[in-house]
Write a protein that binds this ligand. Sequence first.
Ligand SMILES: Nc1nc2c(ncn2[C@@H]2O[C@H](COP(=O)(O)OP(=O)(O)OP(=O)(O)O)[C@@H](O)[C@H]2O)c(=O)[nH]1
Ligand SMILES: [Mg+2]
Length: 645
Amino acid sequence: FAPSSSSSASLITTSYAESSLPTRRRTNLPATPTINCLSRKHINKNDSSHRTTAILHSTTDSDREIIDMDTILADEARRIALAKKKNQSPSASAMRTNQDTSTTTSNNNDKEWQFFDTARVHVTAGMGGNGCVAFRREKGEAMGGPNGGRGGCGGSVLFVADESLNTLAGLRNMIHIKAGHGVNGTGKNRDGMFGKDIRVRVPCGTIVRELQTQKVAGELRSHGQELMVARGGRGGRGNAAFMTNRRTAPKLSEKGEPGAERWLSVELRLVADVGFLGMPNAGKSTLLSSASAARPKIANYPFTTIVPNLGVCDLGEESSGLVLCDIPGLIEGAAQGTGLGFSFLRHVQRCKVLLHVVDGTSEDPIGDFNILNKELAMYDDLLAKKPQVVVLNKVDVSEVRERVDELVAQLREAAGHTRVMTISAATTENVKELMGRLKKFVDAEKKKVVDGESEDEDVLLAEVDLSKAALDSDSDDFEIISDPAYPGQWRVKGPYIEQVAKMTHWEYPEAVERFGRLLHAVGIADELTARGAIDGDLVMIDEYDFDFSPGMTNMYIPQDLLERDALYEAREKETSRAMLLDNNEDECDNEEKEEEAWKPFNKGGYMYIDKDEIVEFNDDGGWDLLEDDFDLSPDLLEGDEVWTS
Ligand SMILES: Nc1nc2c(ncn2[C@@H]2O[C@H](COP(=O)(O)OP(=O)(O)OP(=O)(O)O)[C@@H](O)[C@H]2O)c(=O)[nH]1
Ligand SMILES: [Mg+2]
């Protein structure tokens, strides 16, 4: 908002200054709004008419596409007028102009914007709900046990194929897609509600990749197919799930797992049986309109078609229709981006058969045919190997009709096969015959794939499984990183332990203790000790820091109990030695029975909720296990020691 800059900037400044927006909103406004940003906002905002326009504009029926293309057409007309003035052929001029414009990024972006066949979205699955710590308390049942429910799972983000869509226009309006969070569990064993899944409708033929790695996540081919792109986090378990025979009143629960999130690049490859191919002005769109109900823009200048058009050729009741795909014209140097480039060629990659339309009125039809095939090979080998049917168009023109036999013979020779026909798209001569033959050819090609005779290059194997949450990992591998510059500091990395750390309720001592046990179970504690970590060192896992305490000494055990442990151990050693020396079995039995009363901590002692044992502890003047609702007030004085589980 520098006042010295352009007048529009100062206009914005004044309007902001005068507006009554709250300060926070004002600072959120973009300093230099771009056209894209504005138009997206435009569509996003409540004005639904704009949204309809955008979607209409992107449907394959080209009549509707014209809405936003008027400006392009006007440009095109101006160019032709200019070319005529200079006595140049309009196609050459158009090629040059397109070549020029293709280098300017803004124009490229406009084209991109109109195609609506690629998109980038960020998907975030919902977080799982937290588990709950609760205990059953009812009249006459003071110690009803734990009954904390588990949290609901977070919602997932799924892509669903919908045959009624033809473009990814829907995705243009959503950059961030977020599913609902799971609800926390509550007492009385009530589990939390699941988060709401989000289903994003995309057209058939949509390929989803992970943006960063560009690995294919999957492809949606047929109507109704679903692809999970971000899995919702699992709900945390409530304390009821942690109850064991030994620990009847666990005071811990898990937090919900965070949902997966990632950037995706989404690409559309139209699914059609026959893909049209040809130089600009060859009559591809004319053929599509005469063979199907589609009404694409047809005009006598190159690059009339700038977005792919789909049409269905109806071949009578007994056979299913033939889906035709008309794409923009291709010219020499398309591989280098000349003309409209060849990015839209991906739309014919899914076609079973390519229909190569050759303009009979061209100066060198055979040369055109060869150039295009060369360009095709440069784009994609597999595409160049796709079976082609060649048609010589515009045979209604007398000059073409005169040399038709000669041209067909030359085309057959150049193509290396005999699938060459002559048609007139404008007068529909031979078009029905062509469609009938195409149908048979396509069916034969499909059968080949089913029979396994031809390799189905269409099969894209899923390389990444996006249904898995980023944190979800079966492996408990971990890595310990230390830096000699910072002695006594350790970072532990590993998907499993980080996930557990995220799901730990650090405010519950028992949960912390469980995490400590897990460190041991996974082998991290041993590994740290082996690497030289000592008591009190700093251990960092994910965003959590701990003091290292090997042997779980973080659990406070009163000194007298530790002493009794030591006593027990010493006596056990003595007993076993005595057993070795003296084989009097009866005596040994008696001794064992006596010892059963005491169990040290590492043999599962202390946590016993066994009445006798508690009484024994009390008799010893030791400690007591207190329940939640234990009334502290009457007999206890300030400063008295109180132990809870
Ligand atoms: N005489 C005659 N003219 C034709 C025939 N087919 C197409 N045309 C004309 O050729 C011109 C170009 O036709 P389009 O269908 O727009 O050509 P296209 O291949 O789609 O061209 P781009 O979309 O620019 O790649 C139009 O003026 C048509 O009327 C035909 O069979 N006979
Ligand atoms: Mg066209």
